[in-house]
Ligand binder design. Structure first.
Ligand code: TXA
Ligand code: MG
Length: 340
């Protein structure tokens, strides 16, 4: 695969670093990834160390083409059916692993997560490295996923050999994750490939309850990632459920407005005024724009040390809304106020 114009040299340098067992930050269409050689058990250990991530939380292996997963995963007809429609793209599928994938990459599990990203720089890098790339999101554990090279550098500069800047991540939320068992699929993490689309391709499809609810104590998560608190902004986030009028009324009644930030829609701007601090995230109906902006808005909020509280609309649960809902709920540690 030819490297995208203007990135040839960097891709060559980064691919060499991956082959030497070093780590690189690279762009994907979802969020930036922190990559290492997926066949090297030491690279996985280095990734966990750089992120400050527990080593029982497994990594996704990234391949340039769906069929490149063959040496590493036990592929199935459902895998190729989903791959035909959604890959390259923001979908990760969990399959039985082959022995070529070190247990350090899968956090000791006998399954492996496979993703074929659509971003041309990511695909060219994987192809040039000649090995699949194990990569979590390129943030420190507990920080919002990075949607720009600058975000990734804020968290990981000095901890990686190379950072490739491929511009803003188009989608802005991490890939959809589906665990496959024959023709049965379980949605573990919602993303830009929606439940509605997935259920058209699988004879049995369900959404793991953990996607919308908090894990109950002692419940064993299907995906180790579910048990960690993610994406928490420094100022605690509260989600408000209710119509626009109730939203404005609630914010208007807050006493400590100088220290409050609000993630709001373009339509809200005439109604939400200083001293509230405003973080615009797109039009009310534009879930793509909101997904694109969400993590960046949380990082912007973190840069304002005077903020003590953040508020946002509770997203809808259908289509792409479910991915935003899931990230917002986690960022808010499940704090939702229903307005009447
Ligand atoms: O969009 C994305 O998926 C980004 C880009 C870089 O590709 N990557 C990403 O990776 O979000 P990470 O590590 O931040 O999230 C991967 C999630 C974790 O929650 C992990 O627990 C889950 O995938 N996972 C990985 N392997 C798994 C497996 N074998 N079984 C169940 N869950 C798995
Ligand atoms: Mg992550």
């Amino acid at each position: 695969m030819d490297a995208p114009q203007g990135h040839e040299t960097e891709i060559g340098i980064a691919a060499d670093a991956i082959r030497r067992g070093e780590l690189v930050v690279f762009p994907t269409e979802t969020v930036y990834g922190l990559g290492g050689n997926a066949t090297d058990p030491n690279a996985a250990a280095a990734i966990y160390a750089a992120k400050g991530r527990p080593s029982d939380n497994p990594l996704i292996i990234h391949v340039a083409n769906p069929e490149d997963a063959e040496p590493y995963a036990v592929t199935t007809s459902a895998y190729y059916r989903l791959a035909r429609r959604f890959m390259p793209g923001p979908l990760t599928l969990i399959l039985k692993k082959k022995p070529t994938v070190p247990l350090t990459v899968t956090g000791g599990l006998d399954t492996v997560a496979v993703r074929c990203p659509a971003h041309p720089v990511a695909r060219a890098l994987i192809a040039a490295a000649g090995v699949p790339i194990a990569a979590p999101s390129a943030n420190l554990s507990g920080r919002p996923s990075p949607t720009t090279a600058k975000h990734a550098a804020e968290d990981l500069f000095g901890r990686v050999s190379y950072i490739i800047d491929g511009g803003e991540a188009e989608i802005g939320l991490e890939s959809t994750i589906v665990a496959l068992d024959g023709d049965r699929g379980v949605l573990l993490r919602p993303g830009a490939v929606t439940p509605e689309e997935l259920s058209e391709e699988l004879s049995s499809f369900e959404i793991s309850p953990a996607v919308t609810a908090g894990l109950k104590e002692n419940e064993r998560p299907l995906s180790p990632g579910m048990k960690y608190k993610h994406y928490a902004p420094r100022a605690p986030l509260t989600l408000l459920s209710g119509d626009a009028t109730a939203f404005y009324r609630y914010l208007d009644a807050l006493s400590d407005k100088e220290h409050v930030g609000v993630l709001c829609f373009k339509e809200d701007l005439p109604f939400i005024k200083p001293p509230l601090t405003i973080f615009p995230i797109g039009n009310r109906a534009d879930l793509r724009a909101q997904s694109h902006c969400f993590f960046a808005a949380l990082r912007d909020a973190d840069e304002n040390p005077s903020l003590t509280h953040l508020y946002a609309h509770l997203p809808p649960t259908s289509g792409l809304g479910l991915a935003l809902y899931n990230r917002a709920l986690r960022a808010a540690a499940h704090t939702v106020i229903t307005l009447t």
